[in-house]
Design a protein around this ligand. Structure first.
Ligand SMILES: CSC[C@@H](O)[C@@H](O)C(=O)COP(=O)(O)O
Ligand SMILES: [Zn+2]
Length: 206
């Protein structure tokens, strides 16, 4: 059954991201599409320690992020961002994590409104195989009002894969499958970490 397959896929991604320590302070939320027309998806329950594996880790919601049927959990506070991904694209999975690296990058480049990467082998993990491929990640302000944040985020959600940095908050990455979304998230975090280390090393030399 597709629902159970997707449930297990999202659970496995959650465990892998937890092993990377990418859920500090209960931050982060994950979502996976379980049905089309109408859209339904599983999303992490709000406020939980995502490093723990429990029967209440996910809730099942509709295209507007409302609980389907009789469930007791509370959907992630940032469910509306995943709603934008699933309603605007054919993506199957959407992942949001707060890491030190993605927060520092978002602050360093926040005034520019974006960060660009080129000349890195790992860009191929983002599906770009040309030698001169350039990857652009938009950086949006961290609006406290979630509908406002979701609207700013939605302006950058067009393709079946993508990523948006929220300044001093975190990153949301989406892709057709859970495998692809995790791969792309790892590639972005690699690029962020590389950029910060390179800048630190250059400053130490000069
Ligand atoms: C504790 S981090 C702040 C949260 O508001 C949020 O940014 C987050 O990523 C987790 O919220 P959640 O409601 O658990 O999905
Ligand atoms: Zn968050």
């Amino acid at each position: 059954m597709i629902f159970l397959k997707r449930y297990e896929e999202l659970r496995a991604v959650k465990q892998e991201l937890a092993a990377r320590d990418w859920f500090p302070g209960t931050s982060g939320n994950l979502a996976i599409r379980t049905a089309d027309q109408p859209t339904e998806f599983l999303v992490t329950a709000s406020g939980k320690d995502k490093r723990q594996d429990t029967p209440d880790d996910f809730v099942h919601v509709d295209a507007s992020g409302q609980l389907i049927g009789e469930q007791t959990g509370r959907p992630s506070a940032e469910t509306l961002l995943h709603v934008e991904v699933f309603n605007r694209t054919t993506a199957g999975c959407s992942l949001h994590v707060h890491t030190i690296d993605n927060n520092v990058i978002s602050e360093l480049y926040g005034d520019q409104g974006e960060i660009r990467f080129a000349g890195q082998e790992i860009i191929k993990a983002l599906g770009r195989w040309e030698e001169d491929a350039e990857i652009r990640v938009p950086i949006i302000p961290n609006h406290a009002d979630i509908p406002t944040l979701a609207a700013a985020f939605a302006a950058h959600v067009h393709a079946e894969s993508g990523a948006v940095l929220i300044r001093n908050h975190g990153i949301t990455v989406w892709a057709p499958t859970a495998f692809e979304a995790k791969k792309q998230l790892e590639a972005f975090e690699f690029l962020f970490s590389y950029t910060l280390k390179l800048q630190t090393c250059r400053q130490a030399i000069h």
